[in-house]
Design a protein around this ligand. Structure first.
Ligand code: LLP
Length: 424
């Protein structure tokens, strides 16, 4: 684990985030808690920006990966763009000072209401995923006397070897429009009243550790754009989606942001297309940990469990995808190692962070860090088992601040209606 990559490293056997001892954060805000390194997020954002150099481009951070306002604000200040998939994400971006004019709207299920909000806000681009969606958008925009800027999300049918739940680029997936159908629709929709067709987009999946499928998809889109342009149509933008992998396990060596940029540039250079990319995980995953405290060790028959105060409701990835997350002690003071399952208190056998893992022989009250939890961590959390959700802390160099407070018991019942004096 190097600070270079993640923002987390050891100093005198103590885990630090940037320059702040993680233990001090745990003492101040309690556990479980998410901790993010601003420095790391910024350095990865800049790496993406640099990777595309002088080529016309916009990095549209995929808000779904981590939607904390502090992180969105950090990126907005860097003039980042954003990729959103709901009216709620649009609200968050605007709250954080992000610009709708630098935001693209993806997703298969945009409702009329969400389209109206995005049109009123002045969104940069709608990535449309079906003919019926396009028809509705044209109607809504015409009603508002606007012409909605649109890219068609093409399904390029490339196989990006990844977890089946996060692969999106094959024709059997719900995402995008099949290539030939998209090309035909691009032509047919030219005259529709509320539209300005200006681009093509794709997103072939997530946690993709091989650059070849990205290149294959982008080449297919560039070729389609060139065909459409030859027929006199406007194609201004190419949105290559997100999906670049990060390292979860020791030995994982995902492509660098620089190589990713190079590979994509090699495919678009000379096309005159403005490039958009939508990285989520690659910007924030390694910059975050979930900090947790050991509640107790428990031995049943021949099996050892370490029960911690975080659970699947706080970080769902291991339960949902069987995802691997490294677990590290916050203080490296235990020599002995054990093989154990690291589990939470939730009443589900699927509530685990690690199984059969070699871990330090921790005891009650020891602090552990679950690594690479900055993406698809807090955003997938819930109140299952009536557990208040954890706080989020943003570290910047030597300083840190609470970016979201821990939920209280009151928060758990907020919005619920105690008694009904009137039955409808
Ligand atoms: N653009 C679109 C249209 C997407 O659907 C996604 C992710 C992204 C960009 C960002 O992809 P990234 O760069 O983060 O790979 N919950 C799963 C990941 C779901 C990804 C969904 N779409 C996980 O925890 O692995």
């Amino acid at each position: 684990m190097s600070t270079e990559r993640s923002g987390f490293s050891y100093r005198n056997e103590e885990l630090i985030c940037d320059s702040v001892p993680v233990r001090a954060i745990a003492e101040a805000v309690g556990t479980p808690a998410y901790v993010y390194s601003s420095r790391q997020i910024l350095s990865r954002f800049r790496a993406f920006d640099r990777a595309f150099g002088a080529y016309p481009h916009l990095i549209c951070y995929a808000v779904k990966a981590n939607a904390n306002l502090g992180i969105l604000r950090l990126l907005a200040r860097q003039k980042s763009g954003f990729d959103i998939v709901s009216g709620g994400e649009l609200f968050r971006v605007l709250q954080a000072g992000g610009k709708a004019s630098r935001t693209v709207f993806s997703g298969v299920g945009k409702t009329a209401g969400e389209m109206d909000e995005a049109l009123r806000a002045g969104i940069l681009l709608f990535n449309c995923e079906s003919e019926s969606e396009l028809q509705l958008l044209s109607e809504r925009a015409a009603r508002l006397r606007q012409k909605a800027p649109v890219a068609l999300r093409v399904n390029p049918h490339v196989d990006a070897a990844t977890h089946p739940y996060i692969a999106t680029g094959l024709t059997e997936h719900k995402f995008g429009i099949e290539m030939a159908a998209a090309e035909d629709l691009y032509r047919r929709a030219q005259g529709w009243p509320g539209l300005r067709l200006i681009g093509l987009s794709c997103h072939i999946g997530s946690q993709i550790a091989d650059l070849a499928p990205f290149a294959e998809a982008v080449v297919k889109l560039v070729e389609m754009a060139e065909r459409l342009r030859r027929e006199g149509m406007v194609v201004e933008y190419l949105d290559a989606g997100g999906g670049l992998a990060v390292a979860y396990q020791p030995g994982d060596s995902p492509p660098s942001i620089r190589d990713y940029g190079r590979r994509i540039l090699a495919c678009v250079r000379g096309s005159g297309l403005k490039l958009l990319v939508e990285p989520g995980r690659a910007l924030v995953a390694e910059a975050g940990i979930l900090l947790t405290r050991v509640v107790r060790a428990k031995i049943t028959g021949r099996k050892r469990f370490i029960v911690v105060d975080a659970a699947m409701n706080d970080l769902l990835r291991p339960s949902l995808y069987g995802a691997y997350h490294e677990v590290r002690p916050v203080i490296r003071n235990r020599r002995e190692q054990v093989v154990a399952d690291l589990v939470g208190p939730v009443c589900e056998s699927g509530d685990f962070f690690a199984r059969g893992r070699r871990l330090p022989a921790v005891e009650a009250d020891d602090l552990l860090a679950i690594l690479t939890a900055g993406a698809y961590g807090f955003v997938l959390s819930s109140n299952y088992n009536a557990r208040p959700r954890p706080p989020e802390v943003l570290v910047a160099g030597r300083r840190w601040r609470l970016a979201r407070r821990r939920e209280t018991l009151r928060d758990l019942v907020r919005g619920e209606i105690r008694s009904t004096s009137r039955v409808r």
